[in-house]
Design a protein around this ligand. Structure first.
Ligand code: ADP
Ligand code: MG
Length: 343
């Protein structure tokens, strides 16, 4: 919990938002709303292991609280580490079918679709591998070959059964990890819930942004794309969007370095090791934040050439940044989103 408060404190010091108090809940941190101008309401919270920043224009009283309540509910449903969550129950069912909330079932269904279309570059059953790596704990420990090879056969999305009445069955030992898709789903749901009730809004789930509606001056929202070689607030380019989600997966989010190699949180399901593809980040713009989220993760694993082909096949708009700093986009991207390069 102190870790989470530290992140919030850092935000405060960075002068990003006014933050008057932080009362710790069971997992998330209850946010403090700030009304900095008559029409603008904003708040910052900590959910899904991520700093969540919400800015609303022309919102009715209480809407921000509704959003935080949704975040808390989704965290209770989808977190791998909360006992009794749907994901926890699926992961510890010992091979038995588990009935879950329809939303959980639906996320898994979509996850399997992206898994299939991406040739399993995105694998929702990645959990036995992610459990071997510790990208947040600071131990910088690499799993042994033995551990990794034992976990690899447990990562196989084809073996998950999504049955009738929202049941999920996994063979014993297998587990799911929604880290690569859940934030997208939640962004979609919250965007849907507030659409028509605000003039505009930005929902930012740590690199997963939904721009709802338009800004008060009727212009589109401008969303920065992070420079993979820069710091947290360094953008390499800016896109203009309205009513769209801009989702970036990057190899700079959670990582450690060992013997000159960067090990980051996006794993190649074939090797069980952090993807060593030529991509440093993948940004996808779409109405569906969930699809963009899962596909952005897949793109990192695929690497530049395969990812470009994949996005074109899927009719998705993307911007990829290679490890050497080259920016490549799908056809038409620059014009569609008035791409502005800053570097
Ligand atoms: P972030 O969560 O930083 O926005 P991503 O959307 O790319 O980034 O998701 C990364 C998370 O997804 C990891 O922390 C892990 O939980 C999970 N994950 C890692 N590798 C894969 C993979 N190949 N397929 C599906 N999920 C993955
Ligand atoms: Mg993702």
């Amino acid at each position: 919990m102190s870790n989470k408060c530290c992140i919030l404190l850092a935000l405060l010091l960075a002068g990003m938002l006014l933050f008057s108090s932080c009362s710790a809940g069971s997992e998330g941190v209850a946010p403090a709303p700030t009304a900095t101008a008559a029409e603008r309401t904003s708040g910052v919270g900590f959910y899904f292991d991520t700093v969540v920043t919400i800015v609303l224009y022309g919102a009715p009283e209480g809407l921000l609280d509704e959003i935080w309540a949704d975040c808390a509910r989704y965290e209770q449903l989808l977190s791998k580490t909360i006992q009794g969550s749907d994901v926890d129950r699926i992961n510890h069912a010992g091979g038995q079918p588990v009935q879950v909330d329809h939303e959980t079932w639906e996320i898994l269904r979509r996850a399997i679709e992206v898994s299939d279309s991406s040739g399993h570059a995105f694998s929702v059953t990645i959990a036995p591998l992610t459990a071997l790596w510790d990208f947040t704990g600071g131990t910088n420990r690499m799993p042994t070959d033995e551990e990794r090879l034992a976990a690899l056969p447990l990562v196989n999305d084809d073996l998950m059964i999504l049955g009738e009445n929202d049941t999920v069955t996994l063979p014993e030992g297998m587990e799911v990890d929604l880290g690569g898709i859940a934030k997208g789903y939640i962004a979609d749901q919250i965007a849907e819930a507030i659409r028509g009730r605000v003039l505009g809004a930005t929902l930012n789930f740590g690199g997963n942004v939904y721009a709802v509606g338009i800004k008060p001056d009727a212009s589109p929202f401008r969303v920065g794309i992070r420079d993979p070689q820069g710091g947290d607030n360094d953008s390499i380019a800016v896109v203009s969007v309205s009513d769209l989600s801009v989702v970036t997966s990057g190899i700079y989010e959670r990582y450690f370095e060992l013997n000159g190699v960067r090990y980051h949180h996006i794993l190649d399901p074939e090797t069980g090791i952090s993807s060593d593809s030529d991509l440093a980040s993948a940004t996808i713009i779409s109405k569906s934040s969930m699809t963009a989220d899962a596909m952005a993760t897949a793109c990192i694993v695929m690497g530049r050439d395969k990812a470009l082909q994949y996005l074109a096949e899927q009719g998705m708009d993307g911007l990829l940044i290679t490890r050497s700093g080259e920016i490549v986009t799908t056809d038409g991207f620059e014009d569609l989103y008035s791409l502005m390069r800053l570097k």
